[in-house]
Design a protein around this ligand. Structure first.
Ligand code: 5RP
Length: 227
């Protein structure tokens, strides 16, 4: 059912794109539905900026014209998924390890549309482990300093670096990911600021004051939400 909700959200978002736009393409299974629906519209003169190699591969396969963030001065509309959507459209992103490129693309965009299934909407952020992108060099000492920051934010759970079948997960930029099990993030803005001050932290998955609108897929159709 959640896949149908994701598909509905992605397809509704594709209808927001107009011919000639520069479009940011998010990463993840919901964003993939958007990319497929966008390609099916066959709009003329689009230029698309992918937020990951995986999305670039999909978009290329579907014939969408790709450019890089270096090729454009501004993006008209970015559409991307999220791991949690909290009050005011504060988000946790990075479950797919693409948070750095995603945030760079979001911040270069005039409008950011978040798309998700209904289960992503939460009363407060933190149940989904917060992804933090860390430079691989010295990652263990950086992890210890992240842990100190989290303790200062009343986080009692140990975080861990993300591993997959073939060892530590690497981002498209070659960094590693620390997943912080927060439970509840009481003050997302202060946590975001404090994490940015840790040397070795490249970016975190708190996307605050960035989403302009959410399209949520439901069993009945789609719902939109504003911050
Ligand atoms: C990738 C992301 C994704 O948007 C997020 O993980 C949601 O993924 P999905 O649409 O597959 O549930 O932030 O870094």
């Amino acid at each position: 059912m959640s896949d149908l909700q994701k598909r509905r959200a992605g397809e509704a978002a594709a209808l927001r794109v107009e011919a000639g736009m520069i479009v940011g393409l998010g990463t993840g299974s919901t964003a993939a539905w958007f990319v497929k629906a966008l390609a099916a519209r066959n709009l003329p003169n689009l230029r698309c900026v992918p937020t990951s190699e995986a999305t670039a591969d999909l978009a290329r396969e579907l014939g969408l014209p790709l450019v890089t963030l270096e090729d454009v001065s501004r993006i008209d509309l970015t559409v991307d998924g999220a791991d949690e959507i909290g009050p005011g459209l504060a988000l946790i992103k990075g479950g797919g390890a693409a948070l750095l490129r995603e945030k760079l693309v979001w911040e270069a965009s005039s409008t950011c549309l978040v798309i998700a299934d209904a289960a992503k909407v939460v009363p407060h952020l933190g149940a989904f482990p917060l992804p933090i992108e860390v430079v691989a060099f010295g990652y263990k000492t950086t992890g210890a300093r992240i842990s100190d920051v989290l303790t200062d934010h009343d986080v009692a759970f140990p975080g861990r670096f993300r591993v997959a079948d073939r060892g530590m997960v690497r981002t498209d930029g070659g960094n590693v990911i620390y997943d912080a099990k927060c439970g509840v993030i009481h003050d997302p803005a202060r946590l975001a600021d404090d994490l940015k001050l840790v040397t070795g932290v490249v970016e975190h998955g708190l996307f605050l004051d960035l989403a302009d609108e959410a399209i949520i897929g439901t069993d009945a159709g789609v719902e939109t939400r504003l911050p």
